[in-house]
Design a protein around this ligand. Structure first.
Ligand SMILES: [Zn+2]
Length: 113
């Protein structure tokens, strides 16, 4: 269950952002996940509740946005949505490809007071 490890990282990030913003209590955390991070939102929320206990993020609501995976081909420059696992370019068949979206994990914003 990798949700717990990610949730612990997120709780640490939230505490850091809250300190920077001078928040004493975080009410809501808006986060984005790439599709390939493959978290289960329900599990993740439960894991975050555990990880954030006794921090400023305790009890914060999570708003999770999933960013669809997208590949770019070096051969022909096409951007496309991969079908299934990482695979060759769907336009020209090249295997010189980059994942440009899908592995993101970041905090868009936090709300609190
Ligand atoms: Zn291509």
């Amino acid at each position: 269950m990798h949700e717990l490890r990610i949730a612990e990282d997120l709780a640490a990030m939230v505490a850091e952002y809250a300190a920077e913003a001078g928040l004493k209590k975080v009410m809501k955390v808006n986060i984005s996940f790439g599709e390939y991070i493959q978290i289960v939102p329900d599990l993740f929320e439960a894991a975050f509740t555990e990880a954030a206990r006794d921090t400023v993020g305790e009890g914060a609501e999570l708003d999770i946005e999933i960013i669809p995976a997208e590949m770019r081909c070096h051969g022909c420059g096409s951007a496309y949505k991969p079908a299934g696992d990482l695979c060759a370019c769907s336009v020209c068949g090249s295997e010189e490809i980059d994942l440009i979206h899908g592995k993101e994990l970041f905090v868009k914003s936090i709300e609190g007071g």
